[in-house]
Ligand binder design. Sequence first.
Ligand code: NAD
Length: 263
Amino acid sequence: MTERTLRPLAGRTALVTGSTSGIGLGIATALAQAGANIVLNGFGDVSEAVAAIECLGVEVMYQGADMTRPDEIANMMGEAASTLGPIDILVNNAGIQFVANVDEFPVEKWDEIIAINLSSSFHTMRLGIPVMRERGWGRVINIASVHGFVGSVGKSAYVAAKHGIIGLTKVAALENAHAGVTVNAICPGFVLTPLVQRQVDALAQREALTQSEAQARLLVGKQPSGQFVRPEQIGRTAVFLCSDAATEMRGSTIQIDGGWTAQ
Ligand code: NAD
């Protein structure tokens, strides 16, 4: 087998926002396994994430831009390109959650969720896509959610942002339909990351449940498989979207949700 078969993304640079944990780290790992150099971003202790990517034999850098800040996003895009080369693969993954009914939803939380889960992708795309177009190849992968298609009680800002990112994905895909740049969205159901663990903990506390009872309660009625999706499954789908087989996938939405949206 040739190097190109084993590491099809060798020589490419991938930026994954919010990649210090959860799904973002799963995607960064899968892209690195396929040979891409990686720009990590996100908060918290980054040393473990950097080490996990480094040991896959690719180049890695960390840039801690806050996705609520357009100026910091612009700096990140510039620094990433000057350190690892132009960004070929952009994964808009950073996201947060907050649960409260509309009439009790804190205004600042609404603004923060829209900024991170939706507007940050506009900023990375408006800066990243022209460079990809000039170079004749690029992949934008937006991590949306089942909540890009359906609602859930208490998740107004999240659901609004995720419906928005699917619209943004379609428009950017159409605007680049004649270019070598594709823009698609992956729409996961429940994945047991820190974002969902907080919802499990809240449910366990509220209803005096064990962890496994709370996990099962969260999934029931939503995710027919009764299983959480795993970050590496989303990572491998991202690698597929970067392959030649996916060249004519433009503005697509791929649900990986244990059957949630099939109901
Ligand atoms: P997570 O909490 O494990 O990871 C979120 C990442 O975003 C972290 O690296 C965090 O540091 C980063 N982040 C948060 N605020 C940031 C900011 N202001 N600037 C930069 N980085 C910031 O969550 P996750 O579950 O892995 O979620 C990742 C994405 O997947 C989100 O967009 C989320 O909406 C989406 N998603 C998650 C699930 C799920 O069940 N976990 C389902 C569907 C979609």
